[in-house]
Ligand binder design. Structure first.
Ligand code: AMP
Length: 569
């Protein structure tokens, strides 16, 4: 039996082909989505999924998320005393999904089809295969995410040649792909996107609007909400955002320091306030159409994937841009995993769809560290200036001009990074080029920084100092982002020795993690009440009496709901 896995940036899912159709397998908590989060419990056991996600705020040094962004790189994440590579963290998510599948199907599962973004490079694909291997899975094949979404919608059954676009808007990433199905082979013609655009940005826009319209900003008088207040307000905005997918208006309410703040948000108000985001959604679509040399009117269909495409606003934008209604009859969160299961079904019948894999793109943005002007004569270092943008077709060569910012600077130091973050501290450092320059007033020495990236993943950074035309060069070969078979073998044994939190106790562990998160947000008497309920629940856990345990769990859940004012997720 081959399972289909959508290994996502924020959430992952597992699906199976059974009785002639694809269906999602629920996890130990009965949910379809497993957050792609990994953490260490206080006793050193590994937590995966919702329990880890709930601890992101309370235990940031023991928990991690978004590691898919670093697949194929050597970036290490420290959790407690141990460090992990991105593929090792991914392997823990895969292992957990594998166990869910085994519990659901009642037998061992050893093979999987795992989906990857169309723009994943060779190193990123290899890292994904290694993640599967480390999880004890034979990766039958990797499938492009947009191809999977298309398979879920049965596009492979179309007899004629067909061109379509997959519009995938998740929590934090946006991917657009244009595909063509021709004689039973699927080809990605173009792929574009924005690694920092997703449902979360709509929440941010709503929080900002709430601040102004409810009078909260005025009450705070320029101060920021403290950490837990900020999260509570985001949770409320998330709730209202989802409510607005069902009804034309909803009220956002928030209590702070004894006062109540509220704002009624209508569909129209949301549309106005999200206009800049709508514009950002249009750009990659236009770029993908341009790259594929296709007009929107030539597309045979449009497929939506990712939870944020549930927003009517986003659906309307898609309808308007493409002049037709997109295909939406599947749950957009589930389309990719279902498609992976369809491919598994086809594979088991020896009828799998072939793909032309597109790897001739730069998988990350490449750029340098710079200082940005934040006021008159005031600069702030640590900013990232992308020179080659992610998804550029390789080979590619681009140039940016930079200038000195300090008077009589004697040296120029160009630091090279890869990644998608605004700040260099969140990107991956690749190397530095340092050389002496003429000592002149700030801004008088300028230099062209040229980046050239070729098909074998070699990046050449060349700096030409303009007054003198002097050139300096740095060559960075694709980092050793792929583990060797020997390393895989060694880590397989080491990872197998890690204690994984038992699946059958996951529900209780997740609840305690959620209670801890809530505890941080509360104060005074409410904290006290919650602490008592958690202590009572934990003491029944030690006794291992199923009935008492269920009762204590139910009363803790009920109390948490009350304390959250009905916002228990
Ligand atoms: P994904 O990464 O595909 O799981 O997408 C998660 C994103 O979808 C999050 O930003 C959610 O807020 C968003 N989302 C999920 N359900 C809804 C809904 N009913 N209405 C609006 N956004 C939603």
């Amino acid at each position: 039996m081959i399972i289909g896995i959508d290994l996502g940036t924020t959430n992952s899912l597992v699906a199976v082909w059974r009785d002639g159709k694809a269906s999602i397998i629920p996890n130990a908590l009965g949910q379809h989505l497993t957050p792609s989060c990994v953490g260490m419990d206080d006793d050193g056991t590994v937590l995966v999924g919702e329990a880890a996600r709930a601890r992101l705020q309370t235990h940031p040094h023991l928990t991690t998320a978004l590691f898919k962004r670093y697949m194929g790189s050597e970036r290490k994440t420290q959790l407690g005393k141990q460090t992990f590579r991105p593929e090792e963290l991914s392997s823990m998510v895969l292992r957990s999904l594998k166990e869910d599948a085994e519990a659901f199907l009642g037998h061992k599962v050893e093979e999987a089809i795992i989906t990857v973004p169309a723009y994943f490079s060779d190193a990123q694909r290899k890292a994904t295969r290694v993640a599967g291997q480390l999880a004890g899975l034979k990766v039958e094949r990797l499938l492009n995410e947009p191809t999977a979404a298309a398979l879920a919608y049965g596009i492979q059954d179309t007899q004629r040649e067909t061109k379509f676009l997959v519009f995938d808007l998740g929590g934090g990433t946006f991917d657009v792909s244009i595909l063509e199905l021709f004689e039973g082979v699927m080809e990605v013609r173009a792929s574009a996107g924005d690694n920092f655009l997703g449902g979360e940005d709509f929440v941010t826009a709503m929080v900002d609007a709430f601040m102004t319209h409810s009078g909260l900003a005025k009450a705070l008088g320029g101060k920021e909400l403290s950490g837990s207040g900020k999260q509570r307000l985001r949770d409320e905005a998330e709730r209202v955002k989802r409510a607005l997918s069902e009804s034309p208006a909803a009220t956002m309410a928030f209590a702070w320091e004894g006062a109540e703040y509220s704002w009624e948000c209508s569909e129209d108000a949301l549309a106005r306030l999200c206009e800049p985001l709508m514009q950002r959604l249009r750009t990659p679509v236009e770029r993908a159409l341009r790259d594929a040399t296709i007009k929107a009117s030539e597309l045979d269909s449009v497929v939506l994937a990712g939870g944020a495409t549930r927003m009517p606003l986003v659906r309307k934008l898609a309808s308007r841009m493409f002049g037709r209604f997109p295909m939406i009859h599947l749950d957009p969160d589930e389309a990719i995993a279902l498609g992976a299961a369809v491919q598994a079904g086809l594979k088991m019948r020896d009828a799998a769809l072939d793909e032309v894999v597109m790897t001739d793109v730069a998988p990350y943005s490449l750029g340098i560290g710079i200082a940005r002007q934040v006021g008159p004569n005031q600069f702030e270092g640590g900013h990232f200036l992308p020179i080659i943008e992610r998804n550029s077709t390789v080979p590619v060569s681009r140039v940016e001009n930079v200038a000195t910012i300090a008077d009589f600077q004697r040296e120029l130091s160009v630091k090279v990074y890869q990644g998608e973050s605004r700040l260099i501290s969140d990107n991956i450092y690749l190397g530095t080029l340092t050389f002496p320059i003429q000592s002149k007033k700030a801004g008088e020495v300028t230099a062209d920084v040229r980046f050239t990236y070729d098909v074998s993943g070699v990046l050449e950074a060349e700096v030409t100092v303009l007054p003198t035309q002097e050139k300096h060069k740095l060559v960075i070969t694709e980092n050793a982002g792929v583990m060797t078979p020997q390393e895989v073998e060694k880590r397989l044994t080491e990872l197998a020795a890690l204690k994984i939190h038992p699946r059958d106790r996951m529900e209780n562990r997740t609840l305690v993690a959620q209670a801890d998160r809530l505890y941080e947000q509360l104060l005074g008497h409410e904290r006290e009440v919650l602490a008592q309920y958690v202590a009572a629940f934990q003491s029944t856990l030690d006794k291992q009496e199923p009935v008492a345990e269920r009762r204590a769990r139910e009363s803790l859940v009920q109390m948490m709901r009350q304390l959250e004012g009905g916002l228990f997720l």
